[in-house]
Design a protein around this ligand. Structure first.
Ligand SMILES: C[S@@+](CC[C@H](N)C(=O)[O-])C[C@H]1O[C@@H](n2cnc3c(N)ncnc32)[C@H](O)[C@@H]1O
Length: 447
C-alpha cells in the first residue's frame, strides 16, 4: 500500500495520486510497454486496495492485457549499479535490495523513478508492527517467521558496507546507517509483496545467473525475482483470479484466463497461502483462500507440516508426509526395524496411536494462543489494507487483521482435533466417514 494512500486527506492529494498513476502509465508506454485500451490503472482506495487494474470494456478469454519488455523489469542485471556492486553481494535477495536502493537513491537519474512513485513507502506487514501489536498475533507460528532481527543483521553486515564503499554513487554519504537499514527494509518488503519469480528466457545471459531473489530453496536454481511494473499493480483474489503472466523471450505478457466484464477488477493469484502468510508477505488478510491452512511448525523433524481445513471431501487435512512421520514415531521399534529392513515407510494413513499423538501436540499448541482471542467469536469480515484508514487507526486495523489470522488458525485446530478424536476412538458407524475425510478411504487401518 502506497504511503500517499494513508496520508490522503484532501483534494490536492487525491489529484496527486491520480497524477502519479498517470505519469507511471506514460513512463511505461515510453519504455515500450503495450497496454490494451480495454484496461485501466484505477484508484481502489475506497475498497481498501490501493491501486488496481480494471476492465474498461468486455474482455474475452486469452486476450493480451499488457506486455512489458524485459528491459523495464527491475532486476539485479537490468539495474545500472556497477558490476562490482553486483558481484560483491552474492546473496540474490540482498543483491536485489541493493539494486533497488541504488536506483531509488539516484532519483531522476534512474529510469525507474516514476515506478518508485507508485511503490509503497509504508507497510502493514508484521515486520513493521510494534511489540504491542505483535502481541495480538501471539500463538501464531507467523510471529517466529517475521525475521526482523536476522534481516537487520544481514543489512548491517553485508549491504551497508557495500553502500558505504560506493557512498557517492549511492548518494548515501549524508544518510545514517539506521536510515539506510530502514530503506533496505522498505525495499525488502516491497520485493516480498510485489516481485515476481522470473522465468528466464531460453538464451540466458551468463550474468543473469546471479540475478534475482531466491525465496524457497527448491526454487533457487530455476527462479529469480524481478520487479515487473504494471504486472504488480494487479491485486490478488484466489476465487476471482482472471489473469495470468506469461514469460516470453523479450517481454512478459499478462493475459486474461477467462472472459472479464467491463468494470470488473483484474486479479492475480498469490497461491493458496495460509492467512498468516498473506499477512506476513502482503500486509492484508482475506478469508478468500479456500484452503485456509495452518502451518503447524512443530520442529519434530527439520521440516514443517500444513494442516488444511477440510472444506469438502477432497481436501486432505493431514498430509501423507505428516501421517508417515507420526506413524513412524508411534510404531513399536521392532515393527519400525522390519520396515527399515525392507526399505519401506509406514502407510500414509493416520493410525489411532498417531492421531492420539497429534491431538496431544495440537492441544499443546492451543495453549500458546491463550488470552489472544476467543475462537468462538466466529470469523470477521475481510479486513483489507490500511489504504482507506488514517494513521491513528492503524493499530486497530492491525489488531483486527491479527484477530482474523488467530481465529482462522484456531478454527483449523478445533476442526483438526474433532477429526483426530474420531480417528483415535471412532464411534461405531462413523469410521467410514472419517476415513473418507482423511483421504484414507479403502486403505486398511491397523488397531
Ligand atoms: C502486488 S501489490 C498490488 C497493487 C497495490 N494494490 C498497490 O496499490 O500498489 C500487492 C499489495 O496490494 C494489496 N492487495 C493485493 N490484493 C489485495 C486484496 N485482495 N485486498 C486488499 N489489498 C490487496 C496489498 O497491500 C498487497 O501488499
Amino acid at each position: 500500500m502506497a504511503s500517499e494512500d494513508v496520508s490522503m486527506t484532501n483534494t490536492e492529494e487525491v489529484d496527486d495520486f491520480e497524477a502519479v498513476s498517470q505519469s507511471f502509465v506514460a513512463w511505461l508506454q515510453q519504455h515500450g510497454t503495450v497496454i490494451s485500451s480495454s484496461i485501466e490503472l484505477a484508484d481502489l482506495r475506497r475498497h481498501g486496495a490501493g491501486r488496481g487494474v480494471l476492465a474498461k470494456e468486455n474482455i474475452a478469454e486469452d486476450e493480451e492485457l499488457f506486455a512489458v519488455p524485459r528491459s523495464s523489469i527491475l532486476t539485479i542485471s537490468t539495474s545500472n549499479s556497477p558490476a562490482e556492486v553486483k558481484t560483491q553481494l552474492d546473496d540474490p535477495w540482498l543483491g536485489l535490495i541493493a539494486a533497488m536502493v541504488y536506483e531509488y537513491q539516484r532519483g531522476s537519474e534512474s529510469m525507474w523513478k516514476p515506478y518508485f512513485a507508485v511503490l509503497p513507502v509504508d507497510f502493514d506487514t508484521p515486520m513493521f508492527w510494534s511489540d504491542c501489536e505483535l502481541d495480538s498475533l501471539r500463538g501464531s507460528a507467523v510471529v517466529d517467521k517475521i525475521g526482523k532481527l536476522s534481516a537487520d543483521t544481514a543489512f548491517r553486515e553485508q549491504v551497508i558496507p557495500v553502500i558505504r564503499q560506493h557512498g557517492t554513487i549511492f548518494h548515501a554519504d549524508d544518510r545514517s546507517d539506521d536510515d539506510l537499514i530502514s530503506l533496505c527494509h522498505r525495499m525488502g518488503s516491497t520485493i516480498m509483496a510485489y516481485a515476481f519469480d522470473l522465468e528466464k528466457p531460453s538464451t540466458t545471459d551468463p550474468h543473469d545467473q546471479e540475478d534475482g531473489w531466491e525465496e524457497d530453496e527448491e526454487d533457487s536454481q530455476s527462479m529469480s525475482k524481478g520487479m515487473i511494473p504494471l504486472a504488480d499493480m494487479l491485486n490478488a483474489d484466489a476465487n476471482r483470479n482472471n489473469a495470468k503472466l506469461y514469460y516470453e523471450e523479450d517481454k512478459v505478457v499478462m493475459k486474461s484466463i477467462r472472459a472479464i466484464k467491463a468494470g470488473e477488477e483484474i486479479f492475480n493469484d498469490y497461491g493458496p497461502l495460509p492467512t498468516a502468510d498473506v499477512l506476513r508477505r502482503y500486509g492484508y488478510v482475506t478469508s478468500n483462500y479456500a484452503q485456509t491452512r495452518y502451518l503447524n511448525d512443530e520442529e519434530v523433524l527439520d521440516d514443517s507440516y500444513d494442516i488444511s481445513r477440510s472444506c469438502n471431501g477432497d481436501t486432505k487435512p493431514f498430509s501423507d508426509e505428516l501421517c508417515i512421520m507420526l506413524n513412524a514415531l508411534t510404531l513399536p521399534v521392532i515393527e519400525f526395524e522390519k520396515l527399515q529392513r525392507k526399505s519401506k515407510l509406514p502407510r500414509p494413513a493416520l493410525e489411532p496411536s498417531s492421531a492420539a499423538l497429534l491431538s496431544a501436540i495440537l492441544y499443546q499448541r492451543q495453549v500458546f494462543y491463550k488470552g489472544t482471542t476467543n475462537p468462538d467469536n466466529g470469523m470477521r469480515g475481510d479486513a483489507g489494507t490500511t489504504n482507506d484508514v488514517t494513521a491513528e487507526h492503524r493499530g486497530t486495523h492491525r489488531r483486527n487483521m491479527a484477530q482474523q489470522v488467530i481465529q482462522g488458525e484456531q478454527l483449523v485446530l478445533v476442526e483438526a482435533l474433532a477429526m483426530l478424536k474420531e480417528i483415535a476412538a471412532p464411534t461405531r458407524g462413523k469410521r467410514k466417514a472419517v476415513e473418507a475425510n482423511t483421504g484414507n478411504a479403502g486403505k486398511k487401518q491397523k488397531g
